[in-house]
Structure formats: structure tokens, C-alpha cells
Design a protein around this ligand. Structure first.
Ligand code: HEC
Length: 109
């Protein structure tokens, strides 16, 4: 009888001991640092060359804008992007993307 009681106590102690152990808290380091830089070339490739042609050299009725910086300022280019112009659809790109592409284009002379 005495032995059984000890065994029960001992057993419980083991169980308690096992459960009382610290649980390992898994900390996941979520990497939130993203590159803020806008990839102008990527945007132009996906949004502009379908009309303005390879290297923006123009095709068919679509004008060559590969040296548009010689003709339009950054502000004027941004205006075309934001508001469209005849066959040029407005709002293809917006915000930082539009800003960055307009700046890049205005430097192509
Ligand atoms: C659906 C076809 C189409 C797409 C896509 C397009 N354009 Fe155009 N774009 C035109 C046409 C057509 C014109 C000529 C408008 C006019 O003056 O009659 C034009 C004109 C322009 C002009 C003015 C050129 C000038 O000599 O005044 C700029 C700047 C321009 N586009 C930039 C862009 C940029 C940047 C993109 C990509 C974000 C883009 N376009 C995508 C059709 C397009």
C-alpha cells in the first residue's frame, strides 16, 4: 500500500515536472524591410512599350518617346501620364511610380 502511494506521488511529480517546463516560444523574425526604390525600367517594360515600342522608339501611330526629355519637362510628362493625351490612356501608372518614370523620361535627351 505504501509503495503504491509513493509510486502515485512520484508519478504525479514527473507529470507535473514535464508540464511545468517552459514552452519554447518561437519568435519569427518577419523581414519588413522592402526596397522603396521604384524600378522604372520594370514599369516601362510592362506598361509602356506595348504601345511606344521596344526601347520606346515608337511604332505605328505611337510616338517615339525615347528622347522625350528633349521636348517635355518632367512636369509635362507627368501631366501626360496623369491626364492622358488623345490615344494615350491616363492613369496607367500613379503615385511614386508615375513620378519616377516621369523623372527618368525627362532625363532621356
Ligand atoms: C495604349 C497605348 C499607350 C500606352 C500603353 C502608353 N502610351 Fe504614351 N502615348 C500613346 C499615344 C497614342 C500617344 C500620342 C498622344 C498624342 O499626342 O496624340 C502617347 C503619348 C505619350 C507621351 C507624350 C509624347 C509627346 O511627344 O507629347 C508621353 C510622355 C507618353 N505617351 C508616355 C507614356 C508612358 C510613360 C507610358 C507607360 C506608363 C505610356 N506612355 C504608355 C499611347 C500609349
Amino acid at each position: 500500500m505504501k509503495k503504491t502511494l509513493l509510486a502515485i506521488l512520484f508519478g504525479s511529480a514527473l507529470v507535473l515536472g514535464a508540464c511545468g517546463g517552459k514552452e519554447k516560444v518561437k519568435e519569427e523574425n518577419v523581414n519588413t524591410s522592402e526596397t522603396a526604390a521604384v524600378d522604372t525600367q520594370q514599369i516601362i517594360q510592362s506598361k509602356c512599350i506595348s504601345c511606344h515600342g521596344e526601347n520606346l522608339k515608337g511604332q505605328g501611330n505611337f510616338p517615339d518617346i525615347s528622347k522625350i526629355g528633349a521636348k517635355l519637362s518632367k512636369k509635362e510628362i507627368l501631366d501626360v501620364i496623369n491626364n492622358g493625351k488623345n490615344g494615350m490612356p491616363k492613369g496607367l501608372i500613379t503615385g511614386d511610380d508615375a513620378e519616377a518614370v516621369a523623372k527618368w523620361l525627362s532625363e532621356q535627351k
